[in-house]
Design a protein around this ligand. Structure first.
Ligand SMILES: NC(=O)c1ccc[n+]([C@@H]2O[C@H](COP(=O)([O-])OP(=O)(O)OC[C@H]3O[C@@H](n4cnc5c(N)ncnc54)[C@H](O)[C@@H]3O)[C@@H](O)[C@H]2O)c1
Ligand SMILES: O=C(O)[C@H](O)COP(=O)(O)O
Length: 596
């Protein structure tokens, strides 16, 4: 029997393990759904092969010709654009695969209407905001995307908006078309020598930086998770968010839309910017508080904005930003070049056809079905693995850049009886998801880590004793980084966290060289302190005063009255004031707040 994996978006649908009682040696997509049905004995195989129905692929938005040709070689392809939701629901009944861009909403209703026939959704582009991943997973439908093929196109569009805005190209063109010749009205601003702040120094952001350097701009970047040396090598200064926005003449947005970046450009941020700053957004509309941007444009804090993306797309006809005379707007054209669309089309066609054949897709973004018996044994270790990754990356200081991660599994099981791929995938998920818009799962974890330059090495420590439990402990170490909580750096110079499962509950058992005993749920405050009486009470009452519920406290120390590490589990996020008060306790040497 297969069960839906409890962790959001883990891997591909119908992913079955060939060995039911261990995490397998071979991973297969369910043969019953993703490859041809078993051959009836009475037919010679040649005749049956000819009679096999071709899979049917619905292409709901315009796709590059090369990708279409690939699809048509193998499948019946129905290109039907601008379908209403009702038309899409009616057509999907007959389709094995659906290919869309960002303009088609693939909601739960679509998966429900398909009656289980739909096996793959291909997103010809990066963002999958328009696909209901949870519904796809529940209906056993794989979702794949094309994460890299439109990077350069998006960067070029960012630069096009930057230069067009600075020289009033769109407005002066409209003016000429209305019969005017207004040379004095459209005096622009120069780019050379100006400071461009890039927020989000990932694939698109770094390509924009490279091009802006060529225009003679001074480029800074803010990205809490980018490596400072990679930025330095490009002549880009990695700075804090406040430094970036306060010193910039131009700000270009290239971060993913996550809970942390939602409306990050808001009234508070505008108050810190230079008067007359210019803003470009080719990321996602939701990273800007659009009402606040209207206010900032009206007051002159923001001289101009150039926007390719909007919170609601298409925006309403009377959208204040689109109508604003100091805004240059384009209808989400970042990826829309002939070349990018050809690349995207080929990438997505290959991914969709591969998935229909039962191959594992490196760009899969949603969850698998995993045999229940495998899950019931590994489930708590899977949660532990993700949380250790999540914890470790939050202990890394901004600008360090995570490149080398070492994982040690201590277990009494023989190496052949313990497949760590699921655990490794979950560690990678924990390491990457808090800092990006990537959706990491069993299928794409190694690919995603490699793409981000993160090298994961695994080692096994074989323990004596009963192999009843699959694993005794998991240790995650991040090398060559600085920590925002230096206590987390062990004697080997690595940010180190270790955990184990006890009574099915994942526990944090080690931070740096200190033993702790903390349940890995909710949020966690780690403090390093002088070991002395009264510390638990002092910290507890600061949190109590702020109505923060403490779920547990544990203290680990090297020796009595020396240094200790206190782990405090909290149900609510403490206020900045509460955290400051904890930091102000004289015996507290350092502390950090972490979300698990
Ligand atoms: N307009 C378009 O047509 C178009 C085309 C392609 C991509 N995009 C969008 O552009 C954005 C970037 O895409 P990408 O492919 O470069 O993604 P990416 O994952 O390669 O880069 C995103 C970067 O943002 C960083 N980041 C995460 N949180 C941050 C924060 N709080 N502050 C600053 N940086 C943060 C990450 O560390 C990462 O380096 C995404 O939102 C994507 O959807 C839009
Ligand atoms: O997420 C993406 O890939 C971009 O925003 C492009 O979207 P599009 O394929 O709808 O142009």
């Amino acid at each position: 029997m297969a069960a839906t994996f409890p962790v959001d978006r883990l891997a591909a649908p119908s992913l079955r393990l060939s060995h039911p009682s261990s995490l397998s040696r071979r991973l297969l997509l369910s043969p019953s759904r993703l490859s041809a049905a078993p051959l009836p004995r009475r037919f010679p195989s040649r005749i049956v092969a000819m009679a096999e129905p071709k899979p049917r692929v619905l292409v709901a938005e315009k796709l590059g010709a090369a990708g279409l040709a690939l699809l048509k070689g193998v499948a019946d392809v129905d290109c039907s654009y601008n379908l209403s939701p009702e038309e899409l629901r009616a057509k999907i009944l007959l389709c094995d695969a659906l290919i869309v861009r960002s303009g088609t909403k693939v909601g739960r209703d679509v998966f429900e209407s398909s009656g289980g026939k739909l096996r793959v959704v291909g997103r010809a582009g990066v963002g999958i905001d328009n696909v209901d991943l949870a519904a796809a997973t529940e209906h056993g439908c794989l979702v794949v995307n094309a994460p890299t093929a439109n990077t350069v196109a998006a960067a070029e569009h960012g630069i096009a908006l930057l230069t067009a805005m600075a020289r009033n190209i769109a407005r002066s063109d409209a003016s000429m078309k209305s019969g005017k010749w207004e040379r004095n009205k459209y005096v622009g601003v120069s780019l050379v020598g100006k400071t461009l702040a890039i927020l989000g120094f990932g694939k698109v952001g770094s390509e924009v930086a490279r091009r802006a350097k060529g225009l003679g701009m001074h480029v800074t970047a803010h990205d809490p998770y980018a490596a400072a040396d990679r930025a330095r090598a490009m002549g880009v200064d990695l700075v804090t968010f406040d430094e970036a926005i306060a010193s910039a003449d131009f700000i270009s947005l290239h971060m993913p839309l996550t809970p942390a970046t939602s409306k990050i450009i808001n009234d508070k941020a505008f108050a810190k910017m230079k008067k007359g700053v210019r803003i470009i957004n080719v990321a996602r509309g939701g990273v800007i508080d659009e009402e606040a941007l209207v206010r900032a444009l009206d007051s002159g804090v923001v001289a101009q904005a150039a926007l390719d993306v909007f919170t609601k797309e298409p925006p309403s006809a009377e959208n204040k930003l689109v109508m604003h005379e100091n805004v240059t707007a384009t209808p989400h054209l970042g990826a829309s070049t002939v070349e990018a669309q050809e690349e995207v089309a080929i990438e997505i066609a290959e991914a969709v056809l591969g998935a229909l054949k039962g191959e594992l897709a490196a760009t899969a973004v949603n969850a698998p079905m995993v045999p229940a018996e495998v899950l019931s044994e590994l489930a708590p270790y899977v949660v532990l693995a993700e949380k250790l990754g999540r914890l470790a990356v939050q202990l890394v200081a901004g600008g360090s850049g995570v490149k080398s991660v070492k994982v040690t599994y201590s277990s009494a099981r023989a190496p052949g009886d313990l497949d760590t791929r699921l655990l490794r995938a979950m560690i990678i998920k924990g390491l990457i998801e808090p800092i990006s818009n990537a959706h990491v799962n069993l299928v794409n974890a190694d690919f995603t880590a490699k793409q981000r330059g993160i090298r994961i090495t695994e080692e096994r420590v074989l323990l004596a004793g009963s192999p009843e439990d699959p694993i005794d402990s998991i240790q995650v170490r991040i090398a060559n980084v600085e920590s925002k909580f230096p206590t987390a750096v062990s004697g080997t110079g690595e940010v180190t966290v270790e955990g184990r499962v006890k009574d099915s509950i994942p526990l944090l058992t080690k931070v740096g060289s200190f033993q702790v005993d903390a349940s890995m749920e909710g949020s966690l405050i780690l403090c390093r302190q002088v070991d002395q009486p009264g510390m638990i009470g002092t910290v507890g009452s600061i949190l109590g005063e702020q109505n923060v519920n403490v779920s547990y406290m544990s203290v680990g120390r090297i020796a009595p009255r020396k240094h200790a590490v206190m782990a405090i589990g909290v149900d609510e996020e403490p206020t900045k004031e509460a955290l400051k008060n904890i930091g102000d306790i004289p015996a507290i040497e350092e502390f950090v707040f972490l979300k698990l």
